[in-house]
Write a protein that binds this ligand. Structure first.
Ligand SMILES: CC(C)(COP(=O)(O)OP(=O)(O)OC[C@H]1O[C@@H](n2cnc3c(N)ncnc32)[C@H](O)[C@@H]1OP(=O)(O)O)[C@@H](O)C(=O)NCCC(=O)NCCS
Length: 235
């Protein structure tokens, strides 16, 4: 697996294998280094869609669209314009299962040929936010588990669960098509103290939907970029 390409130029494409699929990372340009609209290396319809965004969102949009298109191509699928659907998920051909995440520095897309599974990816900086966020993000048993960890690790632990839950959300939203609150799932990373592993998920879906038949969760600390997490739901 590729490390985050720290010295790479913005808007360059880097491929790597990730959790049974292909991934692409594209470094996001700095806010003062955004190319002129006409030079954005994305589909014209994507360019027109993003023209109304502010500069920060334009930067992540361009890198994200590049990453997602290249990840689809890496598994042999050429998408049309990748515009958002009514739930902000990227619209893609039915022949591919893919997901996208971005931070201010990186856009990462993950794709596999369609196999009936839905996929989600998330990248989060473990130093982001603060421990107060646990009130919004964690169930009671997860909060108890967090409190039992060494104080110096709690912030990173909290953000690992956050990233895993966001990856889960992206994988399940195409089915449920509703906001699923952070407390409707509980995540149990395994091993608890490591830089990479898997996780078990517990479902407490408020609207009583059947959970996926299977959910594979994987996570790793990805260089200095943060927790890179994937979710793969089988239905
Ligand atoms: C949608 C959400 C998951 C995005 O995560 P984020 O960390 O804010 O942002 P990321 O950069 O990682 O991901 C953004 C990308 O996710 C994708 N995305 C957005 N909505 C999506 C959806 N409904 N389904 C699948 N993918 C979606 C898009 O590609 C988006 O990038 P784009 O707008 O440039 O196309 C988050 O904002 C959210 O609303 N979460 C809801 C609650 C939740 O996570 N619950 C967890 C319990 S299951």
């Amino acid at each position: 697996m590729l490390d985050p390409p720290a010295t790479a130029a913005p808007l360059t494409v880097h491929h790597f294998d990730l959790d049974g699929g292909r991934a692409v990372v594209v470094p996001v340009p700095a806010p003062d280094a955004i190319p002129a609209v006409a030079d954005w290396p994305i589909d014209p319809a994507e360019r027109a869609h993003a023209a109304k965004f502010g500069p920060r969102r334009q930067n992540t949009w361009i890198a994200g669209r590049m990453a997602l298109r290249e990840a689809c191509r890496a598994v042999g699928i050429e998408p049309g314009p990748i515009l958002p659907d009514d739930r902000r998920a990227p619209t893609l051909p039915a022949s591919v299962s893919a997901s996208l995440t971005h931070t201010d520095r990186w856009a990462v897309a993950w794709a596999a040929p369609a196999d009936g599974r839905t996929r989600g990816i998330d990248l989060e900086d473990p130093t982001r936010g603060g421990l107060h966020l646990q009130r919004m993000l964690l169930t009671e048993p997860e909060a108890v588990d967090l409190a039992s960890r060494p104080a110096a690790r709690q912030q990173a632990e909290l953000i690992r669960r956050f990233a895993l839950k966001e990856a889960v959300y992206k994988a399940i939203d195409p089915r449920y098509r509703r906001y699923v609150d952070f407390k409707e799932v509980a995540i149990w990373p395994d091993p608890a103290d490591a830089d990479a592993g898997t996780a078990r998920i517990e479902w407490m879906l408020a609207e009583g939907e059947a959970p996926p038949k299977g959910m594979i969760l994987r996570w790793r600390l990805w260089g200095d970029a943060g927790w890179l997490c994937t979710a793969e739901a089988a239905w």
